[in-house]
Ligand binder design. Structure first.
Ligand code: HEM
Length: 539
């Protein structure tokens, strides 16, 4: 712009009242935004892909779904209506096939994690492993973390998790049961969540958060649920980059809604637990480094990358603390409760599963690996539960790198957000016949299932994600889920209390009407309610 044009602009502005200037700005903004909307529908590179008009125009529906917790439900309905590829944002595509899964999340995928990850655990002041977007940095971080999740790490973890599962049964007997009689009805999800937090905190920093034992500590469960909700939608706000620098500061207390405050409360709790753990480690080393229980932070505080010698910073450890508690606890809770929700509706499944466990372990003291891992029906029930209620139900966003990529034979341009929702692919009828039925037998070869069918199912089964950024705690998750189920079903008979709770309902939104389907509220992790059960202790 030359000087005379600038002078002219100043002269024009000078002759306008402030009211007129504001009006012109508003008109300019709306004209520009209208052009953007027209562009998105007409000449945008993704214009030919079908989807809801509101989602093709703006990202605001996504933010709303994240607040409501129904993003996975909306994704399934969209695929049912529009087919295998859906445009679920102005710049975003959703897929539902195993080929797309591999192309987007597999080892050779030409993508990076979406910016949404930058908002997760931001409060800690450093990224957690899950937030690291650069693939090489991420691989480095994983390498330093991996001893904690090695086979040896898992062997060390088993007695700790086992003791917590046992404690859950003891406490449930004391608090809920009358001798030889059925207990009062209670929401099983709440008790299993206490187990989830206790085992993961015990495992992570050698000191449990003690939700099972202490009612005063049970605020942690709703606080994390609320914090998750906040982090989920904030990360998808179209202006998230402006909000990020304020997160983790006291400014967060002034954000609207309780969930922002809860997010800060949760971070502070995780950080204080870590500080305490670091102190213990220092004392241990000062005292000559004697034996200490091998919790996850034993490994993290003493690990160095074998190739670069890198150690974790305190901020990185803080971020991983928040991540581990959230990632470890709620997934196991959901897998356990979904399984019991479905099995309780089909007595023959409940009977078969309970018999397998009770025959394998004559006393509760016998519940342990390797026998536990040999229980085929238990494993199949867990797979089926993770299929129908995958704890990360919606798409984990990935962005196509420069040069573009090919997915399902389509050229997808650079910068496009792509993803496969676990909830949607797990209900792909071409791979999982009668997808809404809980049928553990589909995971066992024989009885109508061929080895080829099983292999095809496994290619589409992804509750832990696939590829280099998948769940590092997968084996721990299976162990913790198997241990708690084995102890619960060994110790208690179960029955439904009145109305099962946790399923859909005719008064709920479209996609949530099926009373036999366990409902999740997707706030990064799927949060359930129920089932309402009664138990009777056998001993
Ligand atoms: C049934 C239980 C679980 C399920 C279904 C599950 C699922 C997942 C998924 C899908 C991811 C990838 C997330 C993403 O890319 O955004 C993930 C990441 C992660 N999970 Fe799990 N998880 C479970 C339990 C656990 C447990 C018990 C632990 C810890 C002991 C754990 C630790 C982690 C960590 C540290 C990451 C980040 C890994 C990385 O970014 O490299 N998870 N999990």
């Amino acid at each position: 712009m030359d000087n005379s044009t600038l002078e002219e602009a100043k002269r024009l502005l000078g002759s306008c009242s402030s009211r007129e200037i504001v009006s012109y700005c508003i008109i300019a903004f709306f004209s520009w935004y209208s052009l953007v909307l027209v562009y998105r529908l007409t000449i945008h590179p993704l214009r030919r892909y079908p989807g809801r008009i509101s989602e093709r125009l703006t990202d605001w529906p996504l933010v709303w779904y994240c607040i409501k917790g129904n993003r996975h439900v909306k994704q399934l309905l969209a695929h049912e209506k529009y087919g295998p590829i859906v445009r679920d944002g102005p710049n975003s595509l959703s897929f539902r096939s195993p080929e797309a899964l591999k192309a987007i999340y597999g080892n050779n995928a030409h993508v990076k994690k979406g910016d949404w990850y930058l908002t997760l655990d931001i409060s800690a002041g450093a990224p957690s492993v899950q937030m690291v977007i650069d693939q090489h940095q991420h691989a480095l971080r994983r390498r330093v973390m991996s001893p904690a999740f090695s086979e040896k790490g898992l062997r060390d973890a088993e007695p700790l998790i086992n003791a917590t599962a046992r404690k859950l049964c003891d406490r449930m007997t004391e608090e809920l049961c009358r001798k030889g009689d059925w207990s009062i009805g209670f929401d099983l999800q709440q008790w299993v969540a206490y187990y989830g937090y206790d085992f993961i905190s015990d495992l992570a920093f050698g000191r449990s958060l003690e939700l099972i034992d202490c009612e005063d500590n049970r605020f942690v469960a709703p606080t994390l649920r609320s914090a998750s909700k906040f982090l989920y939608y904030v990360g998808y706000l179209p202006f998230a980059a402006l909000v990020r620098p304020l997160m983790g500061t006291s400014a967060q207390n002034y954000f609207p809604g309780q969930s922002a405050k809860d997010s800060l409360k949760y971070t502070n709790l995780a950080n204080s637990r870590l500080a305490e753990r670091i102190e213990r480690e220092k004392k241990r080393k000062a005292g000559g480094g004697g034996a200490e229980r091998k919790d996850t932070f034993h490994y993290l505080l003493n690990s160095k990358d074998p190739m670069t010698g890198k150690e974790f910073t305190v901020e990185e450890l803080q971020a991983d603390t928040s991540l581990l508690i959230a990632a470890g606890s709620d997934g196991v809770t959901l897998a356990t409760c979904a399984l019991l929700f479905y099995a309780l509706q089909q007595p023959q499944i409940m009977h078969k599963l309970t018999t397998e466990i009770r025959e394998a372990f004559p006393t509760w003291q016998d519940v342990r690996t390797p026998k536990l891992n040999g229980l085929k029906y238990l494993h199949a029930c867990i797979e089926e539960s993770l299929r129908l209620a995958p704890p990360k139900p919606s798409s984990l966003p990935r962005i196509v790198l420069p040069g573009g990529t090919e997915i399902e034979g389509q050229y997808i341009p650079a910068g496009t957000t792509v993803g496969v929702s676990h909830y949607v692919i797990h209900r792909n009828e071409d791979i999982f016949p009668q997808p809404n039925t809980f049928r553990p037998e589909r995971w066992i070869v024989g009885d109508g299932v061929s080895a080829e069918q099983l292999a095809a199912q496994k290619r589409a089964f992804c509750p832990f994600g696939i590829g280099p950024m998948n769940c590092i705690g997968r084996n721990t998750a299976y162990l913790a889920t198997k241990l708690v189920l084995a102890h619960l079903l060994w110790q208690f008979d179960f029955k439904i209390d009145g109305k099962l709770l946790g399923g859909g309902g005719r008064d709920l939104e479209e996609g949530r009407k099926d009373e036999t389907e366990y409902q999740m509220y997707d706030w990064i992790i799927g949060f359930p309610n129920g089932p309402m059960v009664q138990v009777r202790s056998r001993v």
